[in-house]
Design a protein around this ligand. Structure first.
Ligand code: GLN
Length: 540
């Protein structure tokens, strides 16, 4: 029988509920159990696909083409669970489904209400995720903070869930903040007492508290939290700020959170340790031998979350190569103002990520030119590949005004353009080329050395494609089209074995998003080899 863990958040947002949920997943897996993780997002958008990164951060794409919350990225990086459209549910999806059913007549004769119709739909989604994966344990993270109006139906559904499934099949874990007040030199438990109080008003008594804190929580304070929040002292888990997020599962396990959960579920399983994870991931993340600086040239660089999976993938590449990756976040408009040579001095590798719209494009193109001409290892992702094609067309092939029709609909040389099937698409939501597509790798290419495979599968999220009319012209000048989607003969990877008359150490760009499949103990090969090449360039 499937068991369920609900993870709620209190006091403030950004407490790391996603990483906490993923870490709980990891420690459950360490006990030999199969997990699946579901994120509930209380906004009315059907998915985050049409949201600005300033609003939402990264949009994480699953194999089946769902545009989802970035917490699903944490779930896949920490556990072996593969997420799908069942793993991210929004208020918009719930209402969409309920209203469609009402129109169809499924509820004929009834008044449709939040309780029970909306809450039933929410509970059905949890069950669907359980059935789709056959997981032993389904971890449900409820977005937002307890006390928000928007998340109430989700919390109400979580409350009912224990009633339906039985006490011993459901665990509630509340992630909360124990703030440090400098003037008093004390950490304070009152906000946590209030947020647990708020949960109890809804009818949920948490079984464990994950307490985010800058300082150690003394035994005495744990007793106080336990008494006022009605939670066992051993269930007050201290979650101090860690040097690496990948330490969190070990921190939880050391405090017996896995035992506590399994005791509640009455599951007897063998204990395995996380020694391999400690050795292969955590130790190397915290104490690496080498250091390398990689520039990420974006337009949302001031946001922590906009390129989440990319930053993590670079760190994974560093873990593998025993190197600390210093990520220099560079605003592409800064390159437009000050020039690539000035901004990129001392950089050992350059990554140009995905994006939309014209702002900042010329700066990205200049950065790529700098990487190409100066033998700096370069990895371009999605828009980053499109910019690399524009740069090469303009500066090497003499196609003066080469551009993407996304930026210049009537471009003289539309080297990146829309496929005919995209030209008539009017709806913006869920209509890009999305999800996993196969790609055939050319033997003897850099891509084939990186992947060590002839056929790969990677996730996509874009509308525009390389325009095959220009393939022969670019090929003649030395660009290698090393990865092709055979179904439609679409260019998926480009590379330059030689640039500016010399062999280039690492110049590769891809139309897809490899960052969604990298894991700390299994780095994506494109990132692994970018770091390797950058270390070499920097003399390590
Ligand atoms: N804007 C480009 C397109 O739609 C690239 C998208 C991306 O980088 N994800 O094709």
């Amino acid at each position: 029988m499937t068991k369920y863990i609900f993870v709620t958040g209190g006091v403030i947002s950004s407490l790391g509920k996603g990483i906490s949920s993923a870490s709980i997943g990891k420690i459950m897996e360490s006990r030999g159990l199969k997990v699946s993780l579901v994120k509930f997002d209380p906004y009315i958008n059907v998915d985050p696909g049409t949201m600005n990164p300033y609003q939402h951060g990264e949009v994480y794409v699953t194999d089946d083409g769902a545009e989802t919350d970035l917490d699903l990225g944490h779930y896949e990086r920490f556990t072996s669970a593969v997420t799908t459209k069942f793993n991210n549910v929004t208020t918009g999806q719930i209402y969409n489904a309920v209203i469609s059913k009402e129109r169809r007549g499924d509820y004929l004769g009834k008044t449709i209400q939040v309780i029970p119709h909306i809450t039933n739909e929410i509970k059905d989604r949890i069950k669907m995720a359980a059935q789709a994966t056959g997981a032993d344990i389904v971890i449900v993270e409820i977005g937002g903070t307890v006390g928000d109006i928007e998340s109430l139906p989700f919390l109400e559904a979580a409350r009912q869930f224990r009633l339906d499934e039985g006490y011993s099949n459901v665990v509630y874990i509340h992630v909360t903040l124990i703030p440090y007040v400098k003037s008093a030199d004390e950490i304070k438990t009152k906000p946590t007492q209030h947020s647990v109080g708020k949960l109890r008003e809804i009818g949920i008594q948490p079984d464990a508290l994950i307490c985010r804190t800058e300082k150690t929580i003394s035994d005495e304070l744990k007793e106080k939290i336990s008494l006022f929040c009605n939670v066992k002292k051993t269930a007050v888990i201290e979650a101090r700020d860690a040097e690496s997020i990948y330490q969190i599962p070990i921190i939880f396990k050391d405090q017996g959170l896995d035992k506590l959960i399994l005791r509640h579920f009455d599951i007897h399983s063998k204990t395995t340790d996380l020694k391999d994870w400690q050795r292969k991931v955590v130790d190397r993340a915290i104490n690496p031998t080498h250091k390398v600086t990689i520039a990420v040239i974006g337009k949302y660089i001031e946001l922590q979350d906009a390129y989440k999976s990319i930053y993590e993938s670079l760190i994974h590449g560093g873990i593998f190569n025993d190197a600390r990756v210093v990520i220099k976040k560079i605003d592409s408009e800064d390159i437009e103002e000050r020039g690539a040579g000035n901004v990129l001095k001392g950089i050992s590798g350059i990554l140009v990520p995905g994006g939309f719209g014209y702002r900042g494009i010329e700066g990205k193109i200049e950065a790529i030119r700098y990487a190409r001409e100066n033998g700096i290892p370069f990895l371009g992702l999605c828009l980053g590949m499109q910019c690399a094609v524009i740069e090469f067309s303009r500066n090497v092939c003499g196609l003066k005004n080469a551009n993407s029709t996304e930026f210049e609909p009537k471009a003289k040389h539309p080297v990146i353009s829309l496929l005919a099937e995209q030209r008539h698409v009017k709806d913006m939501g869920g209509t890009m080329r999305l999800g996993a597509y196969p790609c055939k790798i050319k033997s003897g290419s850099l891509a084939s050395r990186v992947y060590k495979a002839g056929m790969i599968s990677e996730r996509h999220r874009h509308r525009y494609e390389f325009n095959n009319k220009y393939r022969a012209i670019l090929e003649k000048k030395g660009m290698v089209f090393s990865g092709i989607y055979p179904g439609k003969d679409l260019v998926e990877t480009i590379e330059l074995p030689k640039a500016a008359g010399k062999p280039h150490p690492y110049f590769i760009a891809v139309q897809y998003h490899p960052e969604f499949k990298s894991k700390p103990d299994r780095p994506h090969p494109l990132f692994r080899d970018l770091i390797k090449a950058s270390l070499k360039v920097s003399g390590c």
